[in-house]
Design a protein around this ligand. Structure first.
Ligand code: TRH
Length: 411
């Protein structure tokens, strides 16, 4: 190598994270959380390359959509406009991460090959509880032409995977928030939640449009106890509009029978955890909110991202197997396994009994009281699960450890 080629420092201090927003908020949601943690907790200088600043702005209002480059929370945010561009070796980060196998610009890859040593190149994959992930985690994939190797890095639920994103102070923040009743009331009051609603059964609702929301709202309306459903603007819009009888804009609300539905503004990501911590039951979806609900340790229902040929049902069942199965195994009394939780997960995702079939309204009326009666047991399962996940370490730390091992092996 020529002496003009810069030598990279050890340990790694720079990292480029490439994020293509496929849809919704999960891609940027995960990358933003990850970038901030690397920067703040590990002192890594992160450049987050993102192609869709508008989606980013929805979860992080500080984002300016017309800047090519900006610094937010110390992270350099680079608008990734296209695959063009000219790159030289000294612009290349020590660690380069493609999120969800997005293709990074060819000139960037060519410049990576010019670096000495080469950067650590990782493909950060999507989360699934399926067993095959353990066999693929950290597998190398040599570039067909260039002297570069890309490694697969899988988040996951076991110690044979990369673990889950978790900030080091999250647990402490959660405990502080939940032990401060006044603070929690102030947080909820900003969304119009009244004092009597504070003491009702509080539910946050985040799901895809296919979820059987109307049937559930109808059941809750007839519940024996008061319930408050907090739903961010844009979520389950048709069902919410039908319930409240008006456009489901932030601030809109309606009470029918035992149920009050309140439409919240879409909350900045930093506050979304607080909503999960303040509620008794959380409906979450996709990947990032799903993981946050697990750290919240409250009962939750997951609406999985739908995939062709019901592939998502396989993933859903793989998760349930681990989540309910492991928790039940750990108990001496196998009765702690909550059947109603499994039933709810499957029914909410159209995976009950025959594939793709949603439960008829009468079945929700039967399922909900059983689920509600099981909630203390389900809360125990959630807590047990959270403790177990903590033992796998967190994704950022695990990934940096792996990157360091690759760097050391290359020296
Ligand atoms: O938005 P999602 O459905 O995102 C994704 C994408 O569809 C992606 O393509 C797919 O691969 C992935 O799911 C599985 O759900 P998710 O992952 O929960 O991301 C939502 C993000 O939005 C998360 O970071 C939390 C945040 N959020 C807020 O900041 N404020 C809110 O009010 C809500 C409801 C969510």
């Amino acid at each position: 190598m020529s002496s003009e080629i810069p030598s990279k420092k050890h340990p790694a201090t720079t990292l480029a994270l490439f994020c293509k927003v496929v849809d919704n908020y999960g891609d940027i949601g995960i990358c933003w959380r990850f970038a901030k943690q690397l920067e703040h907790e590990h002192g890594i200088h992160v450049t987050l390359w993102v192609d869709d600043l508008r989606s980013f702005q929805r979860i992080c209002p500080e984002v300016a959509i017309d800047f090519d480059q900006q610094k937010i929370a110390n992270v350099t945010v680079q608008h990734w406009r296209d695959q063009d561009g000219v790159f030289v070796a000294d612009e290349i980060s020590d660690i380069v991460i493609e999120f969800f196998a997005c293709d990074i610009p060819p000139a960037y890859i060519a410049a990576m090959a010019e670096c000495n040593p080469h950067p650590v190149w990782l493909n950060l994959e999507g989360l699934t509880a399926e067993e095959w992930v353990e066999g693929c985690h950290t597998l190398p994939s040599p570039h067909p032409r260039l002297p570069l190797t890309k490694y697969f890095f899988f988040p996951g639920f076991t110690d044979k995977t990369g673990g889950l994103l978790l900030e080091s102070n999250l647990e402490q923040q959660r405990q502080e928030f939940q032990s401060d009743q006044t603070g929690m009331a102030v947080f909820l009051a900003q969304f119009g939640v009244t004092e009597s609603e504070m003491s009702s059964l509080k539910v946050s609702l985040f799901c895809y449009p296919q979820a059987p929301v109307s049937a559930l709202l109808n059941t809750w309306q007839q519940s024996d106890n008061a319930m408050t459903c907090l739903v961010p603007e844009g979520v389950a819009a048709d069902a919410i509009a039908a319930f409240i009888g008006q456009e489901p804009k932030a601030g809109a609300s309606s009470t029918r029978g035992a149920l009050t539905v309140r439409v919240l503004p879409f909350i900045p990501q930093a506050d979304y955890d607080k909503l999960l911590w303040a509620c008794d039951l959380n409906f979450v979806r996709g990947e990032d909110s799903f993981v946050r609900a697990q750290w919240a340790g409250k009962p939750f229902i997951w609406h999985i991202y739908p995939q062709d040929e019901n592939l998502h049902h396989v993933k859903l069942k793989a998760f349930l197997q681990r989540y309910v199965g492991t928790a039940a195994e750990a108990e001496t009394n196998a009765e702690t396994k909550a059947e109603s939780l499994i039933e709810f997960f499957l029914a909410w995702n159209g995976a009950a009994k025959t594939e793709n079939s949603h439960l008829p309204a009468s079945s929700w009326e039967n399922l909900w009281p059983r689920f509600q009666a099981d909630m203390p047991k389900i809360a125990e399962i959630s807590n047990h699960w959270r403790q177990q996940l903590l033992e796998n370490g967190d994704l950022s730390t695990n990934l940096l450890k792996f990157a360091k091992a690759i760097q050391q092996a290359a020296v």
